[in-house]
Design a protein around this ligand. Structure first.
Ligand SMILES: *[C@@H]1O[C@H](CO)[C@@H](O)[C@H](O)[C@H]1NC(C)=O
Ligand SMILES: *[C@@H]1O[C@H](CO)[C@@H](O)[C@H](O)[C@H]1NC(C)=O
Length: 398
Protein backbone atom coordinates (compact mmCIF):
# COMPACT_ATOMS: atom_id res chain seq x y z
CA UNK A 1 0.00 0.00 0.00
CA UNK A 2 2.51 2.54 1.24
CA UNK A 3 4.84 2.04 -1.70
CA UNK A 4 2.07 2.67 -4.19
CA UNK A 5 1.30 6.05 -2.64
CA UNK A 6 4.89 7.21 -2.35
CA UNK A 7 6.04 6.35 -5.82
CA UNK A 8 3.90 8.83 -7.77
CA UNK A 9 5.28 11.65 -5.62
CA UNK A 10 8.80 10.48 -6.13
CA UNK A 11 8.14 10.26 -9.84
CA UNK A 12 6.59 13.72 -10.02
CA UNK A 13 9.44 15.15 -7.99
CA UNK A 14 12.01 13.60 -10.31
CA UNK A 15 10.22 14.96 -13.36
CA UNK A 16 10.01 18.42 -11.83
CA UNK A 17 13.66 18.31 -10.87
CA UNK A 18 14.72 17.12 -14.32
CA UNK A 19 12.59 19.87 -15.83
CA UNK A 20 14.28 22.53 -13.70
CA UNK A 21 17.74 21.32 -14.43
CA UNK A 22 17.36 20.65 -18.13
CA UNK A 23 14.78 23.33 -18.96
CA UNK A 24 13.61 21.55 -22.14
CA UNK A 25 11.60 24.50 -23.44
CA UNK A 26 14.38 27.01 -22.99
CA UNK A 27 12.27 29.17 -20.66
CA UNK A 28 15.02 30.12 -18.24
CA UNK A 29 17.11 33.23 -18.82
CA UNK A 30 20.01 30.94 -19.57
CA UNK A 31 18.16 29.14 -22.36
CA UNK A 32 20.37 27.16 -24.71
CA UNK A 33 23.62 28.72 -23.58
CA UNK A 34 26.55 26.94 -22.02
CA UNK A 35 26.10 28.78 -18.72
CA UNK A 36 29.00 28.20 -16.28
CA UNK A 37 28.99 30.65 -13.36
CA UNK A 38 32.35 31.59 -11.86
CA UNK A 39 33.44 33.62 -8.83
CA UNK A 40 33.83 37.37 -9.24
CA UNK A 41 36.44 39.68 -7.89
CA UNK A 42 33.98 42.14 -6.40
CA UNK A 43 34.27 44.28 -3.24
CA UNK A 44 31.95 43.31 -0.34
CA UNK A 45 28.53 44.99 -0.50
CA UNK A 46 28.58 46.32 3.09
CA UNK A 47 32.00 47.88 2.67
CA UNK A 48 31.06 49.65 -0.56
CA UNK A 49 27.76 51.00 0.77
CA UNK A 50 29.40 52.28 3.98
CA UNK A 51 31.78 54.44 2.00
CA UNK A 52 29.26 55.63 -0.54
CA UNK A 53 27.69 59.00 0.08
CA UNK A 54 24.43 59.23 -1.78
CA UNK A 55 22.42 62.25 -2.89
CA UNK A 56 19.83 63.04 -0.21
CA UNK A 57 18.15 65.62 -2.41
CA UNK A 58 17.82 63.21 -5.31
CA UNK A 59 18.96 66.04 -7.60
CA UNK A 60 18.79 63.97 -10.76
CA UNK A 61 15.02 63.88 -10.42
CA UNK A 62 15.04 67.59 -11.32
CA UNK A 63 16.18 66.71 -14.84
CA UNK A 64 14.13 66.95 -18.01
CA UNK A 65 13.31 64.26 -20.52
CA UNK A 66 13.83 65.44 -24.07
CA UNK A 67 13.07 63.92 -27.48
CA UNK A 68 10.69 61.39 -25.89
CA UNK A 69 9.91 58.63 -28.41
CA UNK A 70 11.88 60.42 -31.12
CA UNK A 71 15.11 58.67 -30.29
CA UNK A 72 15.55 54.99 -29.39
CA UNK A 73 18.07 53.73 -26.86
CA UNK A 74 20.71 56.46 -27.31
CA UNK A 75 23.57 54.86 -25.37
CA UNK A 76 26.36 57.21 -26.44
CA UNK A 77 26.07 60.94 -27.12
CA UNK A 78 28.58 63.09 -28.97
CA UNK A 79 29.00 66.63 -30.35
CA UNK A 80 31.02 67.44 -33.47
CA UNK A 81 33.91 69.91 -33.79
CA UNK A 82 31.51 72.73 -34.71
CA UNK A 83 29.50 72.00 -31.57
CA UNK A 84 26.55 70.49 -33.43
CA UNK A 85 24.60 67.69 -31.80
CA UNK A 86 23.89 65.65 -29.97
CA UNK A 87 24.79 62.74 -32.22
CA UNK A 88 23.49 59.43 -30.85
CA UNK A 89 23.83 55.71 -31.61
CA UNK A 90 20.39 54.11 -31.70
CA UNK A 91 18.90 50.68 -31.05
CA UNK A 92 17.83 50.46 -34.71
CA UNK A 93 21.46 50.62 -35.82
CA UNK A 94 21.55 54.25 -37.01
CA UNK A 95 23.67 57.12 -35.83
CA UNK A 96 21.49 60.21 -35.86
CA UNK A 97 22.13 63.88 -35.16
CA UNK A 98 20.01 66.73 -33.88
CA UNK A 99 20.11 69.76 -36.16
CA UNK A 100 17.82 72.05 -34.16
CA UNK A 101 14.06 72.57 -34.06
CA UNK A 102 13.67 73.32 -37.79
CA UNK A 103 15.36 70.21 -39.15
CA UNK A 104 15.01 67.89 -36.17
CA UNK A 105 16.74 64.48 -36.17
CA UNK A 106 18.63 63.38 -39.25
CA UNK A 107 20.19 60.01 -40.02
CA UNK A 108 23.93 60.71 -40.10
CA UNK A 109 25.59 57.32 -40.48
CA UNK A 110 25.01 53.59 -40.75
CA UNK A 111 27.40 50.80 -39.83
CA UNK A 112 26.43 48.51 -42.72
CA UNK A 113 25.25 48.68 -46.34
CA UNK A 114 22.70 46.03 -45.35
CA UNK A 115 20.70 48.47 -43.22
CA UNK A 116 17.16 48.93 -44.49
CA UNK A 117 14.19 50.72 -43.05
CA UNK A 118 12.02 47.66 -43.58
CA UNK A 119 14.31 45.31 -41.66
CA UNK A 120 15.74 47.59 -39.01
CA UNK A 121 13.51 50.59 -38.22
CA UNK A 122 11.10 49.42 -35.54
CA UNK A 123 10.68 52.83 -33.89
CA UNK A 124 9.79 52.62 -30.21
CA UNK A 125 9.99 48.83 -30.40
CA UNK A 126 13.66 48.88 -31.28
CA UNK A 127 14.53 49.09 -27.58
CA UNK A 128 12.55 45.89 -26.90
CA UNK A 129 13.35 42.25 -27.62
CA UNK A 130 11.67 42.67 -31.03
CA UNK A 131 14.95 44.06 -32.30
CA UNK A 132 17.16 41.23 -31.03
CA UNK A 133 16.82 39.02 -34.11
CA UNK A 134 17.82 41.77 -36.52
CA UNK A 135 20.40 43.55 -34.37
CA UNK A 136 23.33 41.53 -35.72
CA UNK A 137 22.40 42.65 -39.25
CA UNK A 138 21.33 46.22 -38.51
CA UNK A 139 24.13 47.00 -36.05
CA UNK A 140 24.08 48.52 -32.58
CA UNK A 141 26.44 51.51 -32.26
CA UNK A 142 27.32 51.81 -28.56
CA UNK A 143 30.32 54.14 -28.40
CA UNK A 144 30.85 57.38 -30.37
CA UNK A 145 33.83 59.76 -30.46
CA UNK A 146 34.83 62.52 -32.85
CA UNK A 147 38.50 62.94 -33.69
CA UNK A 148 39.02 66.61 -32.80
CA UNK A 149 41.56 67.16 -35.61
CA UNK A 150 40.01 65.34 -38.57
CA UNK A 151 36.34 65.65 -37.62
CA UNK A 152 35.92 61.94 -38.37
CA UNK A 153 33.50 60.01 -36.18
CA UNK A 154 34.76 56.75 -34.67
CA UNK A 155 32.17 54.15 -33.74
CA UNK A 156 32.26 51.05 -31.52
CA UNK A 157 29.45 48.82 -32.75
CA UNK A 158 28.42 45.73 -30.78
CA UNK A 159 28.36 43.63 -33.96
CA UNK A 160 30.49 45.46 -36.53
CA UNK A 161 33.46 46.28 -34.30
CA UNK A 162 35.40 49.50 -34.77
CA UNK A 163 34.42 51.80 -37.65
CA UNK A 164 34.97 55.34 -38.89
CA UNK A 165 32.86 57.76 -40.90
CA UNK A 166 33.81 61.18 -42.32
CA UNK A 167 32.36 64.51 -41.18
CA UNK A 168 29.65 64.26 -43.87
CA UNK A 169 28.40 60.89 -42.61
CA UNK A 170 27.21 57.99 -44.77
CA UNK A 171 28.04 54.30 -44.43
CA UNK A 172 30.96 53.86 -42.05
CA UNK A 173 34.19 52.10 -43.02
CA UNK A 174 35.20 49.08 -41.00
CA UNK A 175 38.54 49.32 -39.18
CA UNK A 176 38.63 46.28 -36.91
CA UNK A 177 36.35 43.23 -36.82
CA UNK A 178 38.99 40.70 -35.73
CA UNK A 179 41.93 40.50 -33.38
CA UNK A 180 44.50 37.70 -33.32
CA UNK A 181 42.52 36.01 -36.09
CA UNK A 182 39.26 35.77 -34.14
CA UNK A 183 36.12 37.92 -34.44
CA UNK A 184 35.51 40.76 -32.00
CA UNK A 185 32.20 39.64 -30.54
CA UNK A 186 31.01 42.67 -28.58
CA UNK A 187 32.72 46.03 -29.19
CA UNK A 188 31.29 48.46 -26.68
CA UNK A 189 33.08 51.80 -26.31
CA UNK A 190 36.18 53.65 -27.49
CA UNK A 191 38.45 56.62 -27.00
CA UNK A 192 41.02 58.23 -29.29
CA UNK A 193 44.60 58.84 -28.11
CA UNK A 194 46.23 62.06 -29.36
CA UNK A 195 48.86 59.87 -31.08
CA UNK A 196 46.10 58.37 -33.25
CA UNK A 197 45.72 54.99 -31.52
CA UNK A 198 42.17 54.01 -30.64
CA UNK A 199 41.47 52.18 -27.40
CA UNK A 200 38.23 50.18 -27.35
CA UNK A 201 36.50 47.53 -25.28
CA UNK A 202 35.46 44.06 -26.40
CA UNK A 203 33.07 43.10 -23.64
CA UNK A 204 33.14 39.30 -24.03
CA UNK A 205 34.59 36.49 -26.11
CA UNK A 206 31.60 34.32 -25.22
CA UNK A 207 28.38 36.31 -25.37
CA UNK A 208 27.14 39.03 -27.72
CA UNK A 209 25.10 42.09 -26.76
CA UNK A 210 21.71 40.38 -26.76
CA UNK A 211 23.04 38.02 -24.09
CA UNK A 212 24.76 40.73 -22.05
CA UNK A 213 22.83 39.71 -18.93
CA UNK A 214 24.44 36.29 -19.04
CA UNK A 215 27.90 37.84 -18.90
CA UNK A 216 26.98 39.39 -15.56
CA UNK A 217 25.10 36.36 -14.22
CA UNK A 218 27.90 34.02 -15.15
CA UNK A 219 30.61 36.41 -14.00
CA UNK A 220 32.76 35.31 -16.94
CA UNK A 221 35.86 37.41 -17.50
CA UNK A 222 36.89 37.02 -21.11
CA UNK A 223 36.54 40.75 -21.89
CA UNK A 224 39.37 42.87 -23.24
CA UNK A 225 40.75 46.31 -23.93
CA UNK A 226 41.96 46.48 -27.53
CA UNK A 227 44.02 49.06 -29.40
CA UNK A 228 43.79 49.91 -33.08
CA UNK A 229 46.79 51.68 -34.64
CA UNK A 230 45.83 53.77 -37.64
CA UNK A 231 49.25 53.84 -39.34
CA UNK A 232 49.65 50.06 -39.40
CA UNK A 233 45.90 49.27 -39.50
CA UNK A 234 46.51 46.63 -36.87
CA UNK A 235 44.59 45.67 -33.73
CA UNK A 236 46.29 44.59 -30.51
CA UNK A 237 45.18 43.13 -27.17
CA UNK A 238 46.05 45.60 -24.40
CA UNK A 239 44.33 43.85 -21.46
CA UNK A 240 42.55 40.49 -21.24
CA UNK A 241 40.60 38.67 -18.52
CA UNK A 242 38.17 41.49 -17.68
CA UNK A 243 34.64 41.01 -16.35
CA UNK A 244 32.39 43.04 -18.68
CA UNK A 245 34.74 45.89 -19.64
CA UNK A 246 32.44 48.64 -20.80
CA UNK A 247 33.22 52.39 -20.97
CA UNK A 248 36.71 53.79 -21.74
CA UNK A 249 38.13 57.28 -21.26
CA UNK A 250 41.69 58.56 -21.64
CA UNK A 251 42.94 61.18 -19.21
CA UNK A 252 43.47 64.74 -20.43
CA UNK A 253 47.27 64.30 -20.46
CA UNK A 254 46.98 60.78 -21.97
CA UNK A 255 48.98 59.31 -19.09
CA UNK A 256 46.28 56.81 -18.12
CA UNK A 257 43.01 55.32 -19.24
CA UNK A 258 39.94 54.69 -17.10
CA UNK A 259 37.51 51.88 -17.84
CA UNK A 260 34.54 50.33 -16.10
CA UNK A 261 34.15 46.66 -15.29
CA UNK A 262 30.39 46.29 -15.12
CA UNK A 263 30.13 42.83 -13.54
CA UNK A 264 32.59 43.73 -10.79
CA UNK A 265 30.93 47.13 -10.19
CA UNK A 266 34.14 49.13 -10.35
CA UNK A 267 36.13 51.84 -12.03
CA UNK A 268 39.62 50.82 -13.16
CA UNK A 269 42.75 52.69 -14.18
CA UNK A 270 45.31 51.49 -16.68
CA UNK A 271 48.56 53.48 -16.59
CA UNK A 272 49.95 54.26 -20.05
CA UNK A 273 52.93 56.49 -19.22
CA UNK A 274 55.53 56.81 -16.48
CA UNK A 275 56.91 54.31 -13.99
CA UNK A 276 53.58 52.59 -13.53
CA UNK A 277 52.91 52.11 -17.27
CA UNK A 278 51.05 48.85 -17.83
CA UNK A 279 49.76 48.66 -14.23
CA UNK A 280 46.03 48.24 -13.58
CA UNK A 281 44.39 49.57 -10.40
CA UNK A 282 40.89 49.53 -8.96
CA UNK A 283 40.23 53.22 -8.24
CA UNK A 284 36.59 53.09 -7.14
CA UNK A 285 34.18 50.39 -6.03
CA UNK A 286 30.66 51.36 -6.99
CA UNK A 287 27.24 50.64 -5.48
CA UNK A 288 25.88 49.45 -8.84
CA UNK A 289 26.67 48.52 -12.42
CA UNK A 290 28.66 51.14 -14.34
CA UNK A 291 28.39 51.81 -18.06
CA UNK A 292 30.25 54.58 -19.93
CA UNK A 293 32.83 57.03 -18.53
CA UNK A 294 33.22 60.52 -20.01
CA UNK A 295 35.58 63.34 -19.04
CA UNK A 296 34.46 66.93 -18.56
CA UNK A 297 36.49 70.04 -19.47
CA UNK A 298 38.33 69.92 -16.14
CA UNK A 299 39.48 66.37 -16.77
CA UNK A 300 37.13 64.87 -14.17
CA UNK A 301 35.16 61.73 -14.96
CA UNK A 302 31.42 61.16 -15.11
CA UNK A 303 30.38 57.55 -14.60
CA UNK A 304 26.85 56.35 -15.39
CA UNK A 305 25.70 53.74 -12.87
CA UNK A 306 22.63 51.52 -12.73
CA UNK A 307 22.09 51.16 -9.05
CA UNK A 308 22.22 49.20 -6.83
CA UNK A 309 23.70 45.94 -5.82
CA UNK A 310 21.67 44.12 -3.12
CA UNK A 311 22.43 41.87 -0.16
CA UNK A 312 20.71 38.84 -1.69
CA UNK A 313 22.63 39.26 -4.89
CA UNK A 314 25.82 39.28 -2.81
CA UNK A 315 25.11 35.69 -1.78
CA UNK A 316 24.70 34.62 -5.40
CA UNK A 317 27.89 36.41 -6.41
CA UNK A 318 29.96 34.44 -3.93
CA UNK A 319 28.31 31.11 -4.71
CA UNK A 320 28.49 30.31 -8.40
CA UNK A 321 26.70 26.96 -7.87
CA UNK A 322 23.62 28.82 -6.58
CA UNK A 323 23.60 30.99 -9.67
CA UNK A 324 23.77 27.94 -11.88
CA UNK A 325 20.55 26.63 -10.30
CA UNK A 326 18.76 29.94 -9.77
CA UNK A 327 19.10 31.21 -13.30
CA UNK A 328 18.20 27.84 -14.79
CA UNK A 329 14.74 28.07 -13.25
CA UNK A 330 12.28 28.20 -16.13
CA UNK A 331 11.15 31.66 -15.11
CA UNK A 332 11.74 34.94 -16.87
CA UNK A 333 14.67 37.03 -15.83
CA UNK A 334 12.60 39.96 -14.59
CA UNK A 335 10.80 37.79 -12.01
CA UNK A 336 14.08 36.31 -10.81
CA UNK A 337 15.56 39.79 -10.51
CA UNK A 338 12.51 41.03 -8.58
CA UNK A 339 12.82 38.09 -6.17
CA UNK A 340 16.35 39.25 -5.43
CA UNK A 341 14.98 42.66 -4.48
CA UNK A 342 16.57 44.41 -7.43
CA UNK A 343 14.76 47.65 -8.09
CA UNK A 344 17.12 49.60 -10.26
CA UNK A 345 17.51 53.35 -10.22
CA UNK A 346 19.88 55.83 -11.75
CA UNK A 347 23.03 57.23 -10.20
CA UNK A 348 25.60 59.41 -11.91
CA UNK A 349 28.83 60.17 -10.17
CA UNK A 350 31.75 62.51 -10.82
CA UNK A 351 35.24 61.28 -9.88
CA UNK A 352 38.69 62.78 -9.88
CA UNK A 353 41.65 60.93 -11.36
CA UNK A 354 42.27 59.06 -8.09
CA UNK A 355 38.73 57.72 -7.96
CA UNK A 356 37.65 60.11 -5.19
CA UNK A 357 34.03 61.15 -5.40
CA UNK A 358 33.45 64.79 -6.35
CA UNK A 359 29.70 64.59 -6.71
CA UNK A 360 26.81 62.11 -6.77
CA UNK A 361 23.40 62.69 -8.32
CA UNK A 362 20.60 60.19 -7.90
CA UNK A 363 17.08 59.68 -9.11
CA UNK A 364 16.04 57.22 -6.40
CA UNK A 365 12.35 57.10 -7.22
CA UNK A 366 12.91 56.94 -10.97
CA UNK A 367 11.07 60.25 -11.45
CA UNK A 368 12.98 61.17 -14.57
CA UNK A 369 14.93 58.16 -15.65
CA UNK A 370 15.35 54.49 -14.85
CA UNK A 371 18.46 53.44 -16.72
CA UNK A 372 21.55 55.39 -17.55
CA UNK A 373 24.37 54.72 -20.01
CA UNK A 374 26.44 57.85 -20.43
CA UNK A 375 26.81 61.39 -19.08
CA UNK A 376 28.26 64.26 -21.12
CA UNK A 377 28.91 67.59 -19.44
CA UNK A 378 28.87 70.40 -22.01
CA UNK A 379 28.70 74.12 -21.18
CA UNK A 380 26.84 73.87 -17.89
CA UNK A 381 24.52 71.10 -18.98
CA UNK A 382 24.49 67.35 -18.52
CA UNK A 383 23.29 65.19 -21.42
CA UNK A 384 22.35 61.72 -20.25
CA UNK A 385 21.95 58.77 -22.60
CA UNK A 386 20.19 55.47 -21.96
CA UNK A 387 20.54 52.22 -23.85
CA UNK A 388 17.09 50.92 -22.98
CA UNK A 389 14.67 53.86 -23.18
CA UNK A 390 13.50 56.27 -25.85
CA UNK A 391 14.70 59.67 -24.67
CA UNK A 392 17.67 61.78 -23.55
CA UNK A 393 17.67 63.36 -20.09
CA UNK A 394 19.20 66.80 -19.50
CA UNK A 395 20.05 68.74 -16.38
CA UNK A 396 21.71 72.11 -15.74
CA UNK A 397 24.96 71.57 -13.91
CA UNK A 398 26.50 72.54 -11.58
C1 LIG B 1 24.49 41.57 -46.08
O1 LIG B 1 23.67 41.16 -47.15
C2 LIG B 1 24.29 40.23 -48.01
C3 LIG B 1 23.37 40.04 -49.20
O2 LIG B 1 22.04 39.83 -48.78
C4 LIG B 1 24.58 38.96 -47.24
O3 LIG B 1 25.22 38.02 -48.08
C5 LIG B 1 25.49 39.28 -46.08
O4 LIG B 1 25.71 38.15 -45.28
C6 LIG B 1 24.89 40.36 -45.22
N1 LIG B 1 25.83 40.76 -44.22
C7 LIG B 1 25.54 40.80 -42.94
C8 LIG B 1 26.65 41.21 -42.03
O5 LIG B 1 24.45 40.53 -42.47
C1 LIG C 1 50.02 55.78 -28.50
O1 LIG C 1 50.22 55.71 -27.11
C2 LIG C 1 49.83 54.49 -26.50
C3 LIG C 1 49.97 54.65 -25.00
O2 LIG C 1 51.26 54.95 -24.61
C4 LIG C 1 50.67 53.35 -27.06
O3 LIG C 1 50.25 52.13 -26.49
C5 LIG C 1 50.50 53.31 -28.57
O4 LIG C 1 51.33 52.33 -29.11
C6 LIG C 1 50.81 54.67 -29.18
N1 LIG C 1 50.47 54.61 -30.58
C7 LIG C 1 51.29 55.03 -31.53
C8 LIG C 1 50.80 54.95 -32.94
O5 LIG C 1 52.40 55.44 -31.26
Amino acid sequence: MEKKIRRPYLFLFSVAFAFLVTDPFGLSPVGENDFRPVKNDIAPYEQVMENWHGDKKSRLSLGNLEFVNEIYGPESLEFDISGRGPYAGLADGRIVRWLGEDTGWETFALVTHNWSEKLCAKGKDSTTSKQWKVEPQCGRPLGLRFNKQSGNLYIADAYYGLLVVGPEGGVATSLATHVEGKPILFANDLDIHTNGSIFFTDTSKKYNRVNHFLIMLEGEDSGRILRYDIATRSTHVVLDGLAFPNGVQLSKDQSFLLFTETTNCRLMKLWLEGGKAGNVEVIANLPGFPDNVRANEKGEFWVAIDCCRTRSQEILIHNPWMRSIYFRLPVQMRYLARLMGMRMYTVISLFNENGEIIDVLEDKKGVVMKLVSEVREINGKLWIGTVAHNHIATLHYP
